[in-house]
Design a protein around this ligand. Structure first.
Ligand code: PAD
Ligand code: ZN
Ligand code: ZN
Length: 375
């Protein structure tokens, strides 16, 4: 058994920004107390990984092992871990749930103060890394790092899931699906009969569409500058799709005309401040709500006329769709197994892990929704 020993395995190392991943042999140290080592089976590619690779998010350190939308099997556990054992199927959680901090104790929040999202230490919670390559320390990424055959995570950053779960699908519950679906269900709390506008029809935006449809929205308007995304959006529940490039007037004006003054709910799933402002302006005066899901570059600033809020619009943000991670991920997996929603429509490509650079090329060419890397 490999328990208690260093494991040598393959990982995709991002040595520096804006360079392709290098498939390297790395050393993965055994889990310390309250940590687990996971054999990764499948990992999706999310746009956030690409933002980090392009270095638009200042919180990341290089060299790093990216990936945060994975699923795998526990290889071994550290001292004091009681709720997980070798062989358990699991999903790593990029927002932990420690259960003890003020956010975890607040039923209205799904954030956790133990999260590395804002701090960006790139380390385990004890302040060290479990990865080395060619004698150098390699950083972790938001307490997950799934682009590797083996990873180590804190026990608060992993959820045990049903033994029957297909890992090549439910890995999407680790980020993209849950983020979009929860933004509609939890954050916006979309109501039956309402109108919704979804900016950006990638894996996250399409999951918002699924959530809006589940919630009974009457109109779901998809907005994307890539019309190739429209067919899939309609298949998943969009009632109409529009391309800002087809209009001379600003897209929020087009939406206001289409919806008698604006939508009840708008969602920004692109990650640009311009589309965030457009999403807010697309909301109906008096009651419209805009949910910001996209991740904008670290240095960017949002600016808009405060009268937009004064006159009764709401603007909120949503990370991981508002789900308390450790509690909700196992339930979402059960809901998938009970066919309450479909993930298969989000998967456009399945690639062997060492074709990771091809997976990112597909994303950047706008050809994929989700590519799943298989280990
Ligand atoms: P994606 O790149 O697959 O989808 C983005 C879509 O937006 C693409 O279809 C683009 O064609 C489209 N687009 C680009 N520019 C425009 C524009 N000006 N107007 C309309 N559409 C446009 O990414 P994704 O779905 O994986 O992620 C979307 C964003 O959500 C991204 O910024 C990512 O970092 C963020 C994200 N947030 C969370 C969270 O917890 N809040 C989780 C996961 C991803
Ligand atoms: Zn993600
Ligand atoms: Zn917490």
């Amino acid at each position: 058994s490999t328990r208690g020993r260093v494991i040598k395995c393959k990982a995709a190392v991002a040595w520096e920004p804006r360079k392709p991943f290098a498939i390297e042999v790395i050393e993965v140290a055994p889990p310390k107390a309250h940590e687990v080592r996971i054999k990764i089976v499948a990992s999706g590619i999310c746009r956030t990984d690409d933002h980090v690779l392009k270095n638009t998010l200042s919180v990341t350190k290089f060299p790093v092992i990216l990936g945060h939308e994975g699923a795998g099997v526990i290889e071994s556990v550290g001292e004091g871990v009681v709720d997980l054992k070798p062989g358990d199927k699991v999903i790593p959680l990029f927002i932990p749930q420690c259960g003890e901090c003020s956010c975890c104790q607040n039923p209205k929040s799904n954030f956790c103060l133990k999260s590395d999202l804002e701090k960006g230490t790139g380390l385990m919670s004890d302040g060290t890394s479990r990865f080395t390559c060619k004698g150098k320390l390699v950083y972790h990424f938001i307490s997950t790092s799934t682009f590797t055959e083996y990873t180590v995570v804190d026990e608060i950053s992993v959820a045990k899931i049903d033994d029957n779960a297909p890992l090549d699908k439910v890995c999407l519950i680790g980020c993209g699906f849950s983020t979009g679906y929860g933004s509609a269900i939890n954050t916006a709390q979309v109501e039956p009969g309402s109108s919704c506008a979804v900016f950006g029809l990638g894996g996250v935006g399409l999951s918002v569409v699924i959530g809006c449809k589940t919630a009974g929205a009457k109109r779901i308007i998809g907005i994307d500058i890539n019309a190739d995304k429209f067919a899939k959006a309609k298949e998943l529940g969009a009632t109409e799709c529009i391309n800002p490039k087809d209009y001379t007037k600003p897209i929020h004006e087009v939406l206001k005309e289409m919806t008698d003054g604006g939508v009840y709910y708008s969602f920004e799933c692109v990650g640009h401040v311009q589309t965030m402002e457009a999403a807010l302006k697309s909301c109906h005066v008096g009651y419209g709500t805009c949910v910001i899901v996209g991740v904008a570059p670290s240095s960017s600033k949002l600016s808009f006329d405060p009268m937009l809020l004064f006159t009764g619009r709401t603007c909120k943000g949503s990370a991981f769709g508002g789900w308390k991670s450790k509690d909700s991920v196992p339930k979402l997996v059960c809901d998938y197994l009970a066919r309450k929603f479909d993930l298969d429509g989000l998967v456009t490509h399945t690639l062997p892990f060492d074709k990771i650079n091809e997976g990112f090329d597909l994303l950047n060419k706008g050809e994929s929704i989700r590519s799943i890397l298989m280990f």
